[in-house]
Ligand binder design. Structure first.
Ligand SMILES: C[S@@+](CC[C@H](N)C(=O)[O-])C[C@H]1O[C@@H](n2cnc3c(N)ncnc32)[C@H](O)[C@@H]1O
Length: 224
């Protein structure tokens, strides 16, 4: 493995992907949801357009011109990561490369339109110190930051980030639980979950109906 971590991508996952990653129900979508490390995901745009209450937070919202460039670059880099680890991906959920690309393109367009129309939805901030009050949300979602970028963030950062998410919401869901690229396991995950349980939190690893990186079909559900 290279000693230089890859730069974190600003990807744009589709609300359909989010529903599958986090096994979201209509009751989940009716509550106050935080999409933490939302990047250019189309989740907030779609759920809010349907009457929901989603706030997106990400450090990249601090510079919108740079963000637009980064979103385009990340789309290409995301495909390159898949190509470089071709045998580690399975296409059953998407059906084809073209469908995956179409979902991402739709999400990216929806995100950029919503960012222009509803900038208040997109809050500048980052883990492990979020700019929200205690209990500002009912549910916090984190897609493809924690554990995915374990080459960039260490165990101590993850511990602080999970505690922070539990400060702003009583329930936190994280997907996936493996590293980006080849989908290697995160060696500090079991001890971190044990530690949270010792503090009295509920930490449950739950299978979901989505798999793209082979073996990455579990989300973490944390409760205070
Ligand atoms: C791979 S993208 C995932 C975006 C979106 N959740 C999705 O699934 O399409 C990772 C995101 O994490 C954001 N990020 C990086 N450092 C962060 C931090 N300390 N706190 C919150 N988000 C961060 C990046 O800006 C990027 O948008």
């Amino acid at each position: 493995m290279s000693s230089t971590p890859a730069p974190i991508l600003v990807s744009s996952r589709n609300p359909e992907e989010y529903r599958a990653f986090f096994a979201l129900t209509s009751a989940d979508l009716a509550c106050r949801v935080l999409d933490c490390s939302a990047g250019a995901a189309g989740f907030a745009a779609a759920v809010n357009a349907a009457g929901g209450d989603v706030t997106a937070v990400d450090p990249v919202y601090s510079d919108l011109d740079a963000l637009r460039l980064e979103v385009e670059r990340s789309a290409a880099d995301g495909v390159a990561i898949i190509d470089a680890h071709d045998s580690r991906f399975t296409w059953g959920w998407y059906g084809s490369r073209e469908r995956r690309q179409a979902l991402r393109d739709d999400a990216r367009s929806a995100f950029l339109a919503d960012l222009a129309a509803h900038p208040e939805t997109y809050v500048v901030g980052g883990l492990p110190a979020l700019p929200f009050d205690d209990d500002a949300f009912d549910l916090a979602l984190c897609s493809h930051l924690l554990f995915t970028w374990a080459d960039v963030f260490d165990a101590e950062w993850h511990r602080a980030a999970l505690r922070e998410l539990l400060r702003v919401a009583p329930e936190v869901r994280v997907f996936p639980l493996v590293r980006q690229g080849a989908g290697e396991p995160v060696e500090f995950l079991p001890a971190l979950l044990e530690e949270l349980r010792t503090e009295g939190r509920t930490a449950e690893v739950r299978k979901v109906g989505y798999e793209f990186q082979i073996g990455a079909d579990e989300m973490l559900v944390l409760r205070r």
